[in-house]
Design a protein around this ligand. Structure first.
Ligand SMILES: [Zn+2]
Length: 415
């Protein structure tokens, strides 16, 4: 008996008889007189669904199908949770989880359409495929540009629009000899099923396919990237594609509202915004540099030098931005022979920054700011530390912070 899932691919429900209940590796398996459940194949997932029967008192009992598989000895085995009280001599109703089946058929048939398009337009072969729960992957040989992918997507959706009848049949001996398929047939004595989308693709495949390309509704290539010498395409078909595109449309709508413009002007609006951002960045950078330069020079002018002509720069700030002080310390130490001793009082604590240039610490071995920080830290209970040319940390003691900086200042001004 031919399995119903091949003969009537859109059949969702059938009434039949249980032939036998078996123990299948510790699970309950049933063999059906006529089977509607697809065991999976050609990369497509197996069916799930329900079997509804009656008990001896004619009460309805519904059990879930947990898996369907093809066994060499038994044929198609439908695994269920438990046969329970079901009267196995009475007829049962088999119901396919149609959302799952239709989704599987769409993703799978969509893959044939895409593989056919890739070969027809660019003579590229399919290297691998994976049909996933959320999205599917197709590996195609070679590299692709955005324009090539756009062409494939458009072509595939035109194939859907054309409403081409999809043929599915068992190949006879005559046809076997003729090599009608795009890729070589499997070397087997068993019957081979062929899928044919006229003028696009013809290949051996044991999956369950849609009847017409229009059943696919839409094919969307979500993204593509290089993968192991091929290109991997993530794609969606049918309801998945429609849902994805509509959700994206909603996001796009929000973006347009944010920019207060329509789809014709959005790219221009983003371009203008980027230009504005670059311009502001440049202006800001210029002004900051000017400010840091002026401020640094002012600090230097009010600082004293030691006998080695090193400026000992000592300043306590109130609530200043630490990034600004870091830039100023950097500017001073890069442009002057200077040792910078900064403190910045914030809410309840003080940030401390001691800095010189690496070059200066090499020329004058007595400069070791890390050591100084460590030695004087107990004056204010400071936490932190650093190297010879840079030390930083913080303390909560705002009262004694000038004592702390003073003591380090005196080390260097009196050298
Ligand atoms: Zn197939």
């Amino acid at each position: 008996m031919e399995n119903l899932y091949y003969r009537e691919r859109n059949l969702k429900e059938v009434k039949t008889q249980i032939k036998k209940v078996i123990d299948y590796n510790g699970k309950t398996g049933i063999l059906l007189k006529e089977n509607i459940f697809f065991p999976g194949g050609g990369g497509q997932i197996s069916d799930s669904g329900y079997i509804t029967g009656v008990d001896k008192n004619n009460n309805e009992i519904k059990v879930k199908v947990i898996n369907v598989l093809e066994d060499l000895k038994f044929g198609i085995v439908v695994l269920i949770e438990n046969i329970g009280e079901i009267d196995i001599d009475a007829p049962v109703k088999c119901t396919v989880d149609w959302d799952r089946r239709e989704d599987g058929m769409q993703q799978h048939t969509g893959q044939h359409v895409l593989s056919g398009c890739f070969f027809k337009i660019f003579q590229r072969n399919t290297k691998g495929l994976h049909i996933g729960k959320e999205l599917s992957q197709l590996d195609i040989e070679g590299e692709f540009t955005d324009d090539m992918v756009k062409e494939i997507e458009e072509y595939a959706n035109n194939i859907i629009q054309e409403g081409i009848d999809i043929k599915n049949y068992i190949i006879d001996d005559e046809l076997r000899k003729k090599n009608i398929t795009r890729r070589p047939l499997p070397d087997t004595k068993e019957e081979i099923r062929v899928l044919e989308i006229p003028n696009l693709d013809i290949n051996a495949c044991c999956g369950v396919h849609c009847y017409n390309t229009r059943d696919l509704r839409m094919i969307k290539i979500k993204r593509f990237y290089r993968h192991k010498g091929s290109t991997r395409f993530e794609y969606l078909v049918g309801q998945r594609a429609v849902k994805y595109v509509l959700e994206r449309e909603n996001v796009f709508e929000r973006v347009l509202n944010n920019f207060n413009c329509d789809e014709k002007n959005i790219e221009n609006a983003i371009h203008n915004l980027n230009n504005k951002k670059d311009e502001l960045y440049e202006k800001n950078r210029y002004s900051s540099l000017k400010y840091i330069e002026l401020f640094s020079n002012e600090i230097i002018n009010s600082s004293k030098i030691n006998k080695d002509n090193i400026y000992i720069v000592y300043k306590i700030f109130e609530g200043e931005k630490n990034w600004l002080l870091a830039d100023i310390a950097k500017y001073i130490t890069e442009n002057y022979k200077a040792i910078v001793l900064f403190a910045n009082k914030a809410d309840g604590f003080v940030d401390i920054k001691l800095q010189a240039s690496k070059k200066l610490t090499k020329e004058h071995k007595y400069i070791n700011l890390g050591e100084d920080f460590k030695n004087k830290s107990k004056l204010v209970d400071a936490k932190g530390g650093g190297s010879a040319f840079m030390a930083q940390g913080m303390c909560e003691n705002q009262k004694n912070i000038d004592n702390f900086l003073d003591s380090i200042y005196h080390i260097y001004i009196e050298k």
